[in-house]
Ligand binder design. Sequence first.
Ligand code: HEC
Ligand code: HEC
Length: 507
Amino acid sequence: MWWILVGLWVVLSGGPVFADEAETAKPAASGGVSVEAGKVIYEKRCIFCHGDAGMGDGAASERFWPKPRDFNMGLFKYRTTPSGMLPTDEDLFKVVSNGLPGTGMPAWSDILKEEERRSVIQYIKTFSKRFARQKEPLKPIEIGPEIASSAESIEKGKALFTELECFKCHGTEGRGNGPSALELTDDKGDPILPRNLTKNWLFRGGGEPKDIYLRINTGLNGTPMPSFADSLDNEKSWHVANYVRSLSPAKKPEMDVVVRARRAPGVIPTDPNDPLWQEGDDRWFPMVGQVIREPRHFTPTITDVRVKSLYNDNEIGVMVAWDDPSQSKTDESAEIFGDAVAIQFPVELYPGSKKPYFLMGDEKKPVNLWTWKSETGSVSESNATGIDQEKEQDGGSQEVSGGGVYQNGRYRVVMKRSLTTQDVAHDIQFQQGKFVPVAFHAWDGHNKEVATKRAISHWYYVVIEPDIPKSVYIYPPVVAAVVFGLQFLLQRRLRKNHQAGSGKGAS
Ligand code: HEC
Ligand code: HEC
């Protein structure tokens, strides 16, 4: 069972499951920071992932991508020191304290005291001889005066992004889908993906221009991400950093649990490029690896989906958009499969907030799934009473249609159906004003995702808002006019009385 816990913990990033043994390692008898105290902490907190000899091969290491660091190599990614150099103690302290977002590396600032974090750092430095050989003090690179972000700076940064060929790995729009993206490996020979630069909240070393400045001037040792220090000066570095920052939203998207269907003026288009689908806000929902049922999936590439909905008198359509570094084609020998997405509804609405089990329903409460497959572009409708209990509906009941596009590292898929159907035993029925639970499944086939190996979401809702009655628009002005009129009369009456009163006083 422990792997489920590890999975959930990574997913929730809430901190290590084994941290509930509240007591922390005792510092050495003398107190303070020491290698000996660090060893005790390491063996309790880090060994599980980084291994007893620091080789990144602990019991849980297979669950992570990238794998836990092999400290014997003396190669560290998130540094302030020039390319190829060791990190400073402060660099390591930052990583150990804050963790590495989007990876298995937890933040330890709430669990270990500062002294304990500093001790464990001294201990992990003993795994590589490079630290002992390093006689000169390690010095951070110099960061010159900041150039604040502006349209002009971003424009210059964009040109440099092309000139320096960042796009070859990160893609022209930065979604980590460049032509070399799928061929990259790290110094241990493990495959590694370039970062999706449109989600800066998942940058390991921090998502602000100053952090990006450091990354492009120091490189990520042990990975294909090089340092560009030789091609950049201070000014150019800020331009690139400002451009990369501009690829992500100003703030990490917040989760809003309800997708509100917008009324479409006519037919609901199945082409995601139709202008109607470009309008309106979308909702953002996080996705996690399916780690509940075998075979489990701990390392999904799809971290979130964005969802919109349109309806008219007869139909409802849902558009799901997500980033995927490649449009994959099935190659069974390489364990590569096609990409896909599924939208899940309950078959019927239950009273209160009762819903089927979020992972494809259960015996008592089945779900209705609409699935789109990238290789065939086909849409199918099925029912399930569990993740391995899915059955496609008969030909005659297949009523969902749709379409999808893959552009610059992003899929956008539309599926639509009539609001109600004859097959009430198998199909969800939509009604204005009813909150219909909805959940999502997505597969990145290049990441060996197929069947139970997929990214999943929790239940959210889609609602067709009741048409706002015309009275809502008519009444407010009427009410305002009446109130205004009454006020006017009242004021006139008061003024008259006042005049009458003051007249009396003067006489
Ligand atoms: C649950 C697994 C897990 C545990 C427990 C864990 N780590 Fe890590 N750690 C990782 C992973 C995974 C990475 C690699 C992330 C990457 O390469 O993006 C990593 C990377 C690191 C790095 C490399 C940072 C860099 O800049 O390259 C350091 C240092 C580190 N861990 C220290 C520790 C220490 C100290 C502890 C114990 C207090 C610890 N880790 C516990 C999973 C773990
Ligand atoms: C040869 C491929 C390659 C090129 C070229 C490249 N990168 Fe990267 N980049 C990577 C990889 C791979 C990673 C992720 C490494 C990892 O996860 O350990 C990465 C990570 C990053 C990160 C994320 C740092 C973090 O904190 O998470 C940024 C920012 C970045 N690159 C920006 C750039 C910019 C800007 C350029 C051009 C000036 C560039 N990269 C060129 C491969 C490349």
